[in-house]
Design a binder for this molecule. Structure first.
Ligand code: PLP
Length: 399
């Protein structure tokens, strides 16, 4: 019998895996069947929980998962994820042996790296590599056809390497003006044309390109933010081909309520003063949970009504001006729906003057994640982990 991980504070994030499943299903329906989908679960699945997210995405038809770093890939393997895993970022050459042993595909973009990596491997090893092309992002990747050809040759002449893929990443896919993306695409196509042979996986699309630009698909896509039910940008939101269902919500409960008379001060600095008789409630979440001080003034939902955070946000607690006299224990929703009211991730992002991607990432690990599947709390069961999720996908045959 699995039991929910215990925690002893009434602040939690709910991860709605049903919505994640639906988002992945809709993305899968939106792209042609022979285009494979990598579920991007880097950074603990943008704060959502990488193992649970990966399992659900694979169940919904993702072909494999992608992460930023080798550590993340190893931790997924350790949890029992058997699908293809691609590391999108750089890996130190001295660490490649582990990747080869665990059948984790790595990204390469320099010949010197290959030379160093090769020293770690033996004839029996087969390290699967994707070449990263920098077509205009200016981050990692090969920039010239000359470098690309050198890398191709180096991989082909070393039996411990296997060229599995080639990819690039767009800088402006989430903007309505496609000019720069088209320019990057053209550079990528020229790079592909220079290869002697195309590797099995060719991919360039992130969420925004996957949702809006079928000409970027090649034969695989890498989807992160939209799987989590968030729009890649405010600009493309009206253009989305299907509704995205938010996966992450954040909740707490009132731990103290009191009626204060006019002129009473609230929190550090005594910056807030009650104007008249006012009910003040305290919730056990603060900036150490990623509920940043700059969220002072932001609304939460309690008793199905919006209520503002008043006074400075403390490390572990903050105060709200209650819409009604309430008793401790009442549920407070900081992100998500309660009754008819909703506070979206986009609203919090706007308040913090940033993008929605950043918000679930900064809700710290001190906040427990509760996973909901089929409407019920669930835990990753060992049965699920040891099952052969996508065993047939391990050695993909791409047409
Ligand atoms: C993070 C990342 C993605 C996913 O981007 P989304 O906009 O979240 O879909 C895809 N490719 C690379 C290389 C990434 O780093």
């Amino acid at each position: 019998m699995e039991t929910q991980t215990q925690f002893f504070r009434d602040t939690w994030a709910e991860i709605n895996l049903d919505n994640l499943y639906e988002n992945v299903t809709n993305i899968r329906k939106h792209i042609p069947q022979d285009v494979r989908m990598f579920a991007v679960v880097k950074a603990n699945a943008y704060g959502h929980g990488d193992v649970q997210t990966a399992l659900t995405a694979l169940e919904a038809g993702a072909h494999g998962v992608a992460v930023a770093f080798l550590d993340e890939a190893l931790s997924l393997r350790k949890a029992g994820i058997q699908s293809p895993i691609l590391v999108l970022g750089a890996t130190r050459p001295k660490d490649v042996k582990m990747a080869a042993e665990q059948q984790i595909s790595l990204t390469t973009f320099s010949q010197e790296w290959l030379v160093e990596a090769e020293k770690q491997l033996t004839k029996e090893d087969s390290l699967h590599l994707h070449i990263k092309c920098d077509t205009g992002m200016g981050r990692i990747g090969v920039r010239t056809i000359k470098e690309l050809k050198e890398i191709e040759k180096c991989i082909a002449t070393h039996s411990s390497f296997e060229l599995e893929g080639i990819f690039t990443h767009y800088a402006t896919a989430d903007e309505l003006n496609d000019a720069y993306l088209e320019q990057q695409l053209k550079v990528f196509e020229e790079m592909l044309q220079s290869l002697d042979e195309l590797p099995p996986y060719i991919h360039s699309s992130n969420s925004a390109a996957t949702l809006r630009k079928p000409n970027t698909y090649f034969n695989a896509v890498r989807v992160g933010i939209s799987m989590y039910g968030l729009s890649p940008s405010a600009e493309v939101k009206p253009e989305l081909p299907f509704p995205l269902r938010p996966v992450f919500s954040l909740h707490s409960r009132l731990i103290s309520t009191k009626e204060l008379s006019a002129g009473e001060k609230i929190s550090y600095g005594a910056t807030y003063e009650t104007g008249e008789k006012e009910w003040i409630g305290t919730i056990p979440i603060g900036y150490a949970d990623g509920w940043l001080r700059r969220l002072q003034g932001q609304h939460v939902i309690v008793n199905s009504k919006r209520a503002p955070i008043v006074g400075r946000i403390c490390m572990d607690q903050c105060m709200i001006s209650l819409p009604d006299p309430l008793t401790p224990g009442s549920k407070v929703t900081l992100i998500g729906k309660q009754g008819q009211e909703e506070i979206t991730m986009d609203e919090i992002a706007q308040k913090l003057d940033t993008i929605n991607y950043e918000i679930p990432c900064i809700i710290s690990t001190r906040v427990p994640r509760i996973y909901l599947r089929n409407g019920e709390p669930t835990e990753v069961s060992n049965k699920l982990l040891s099952s052969n999720i996508d065993a047939e996908n391990r050695n993909p045959q791409i047409p």
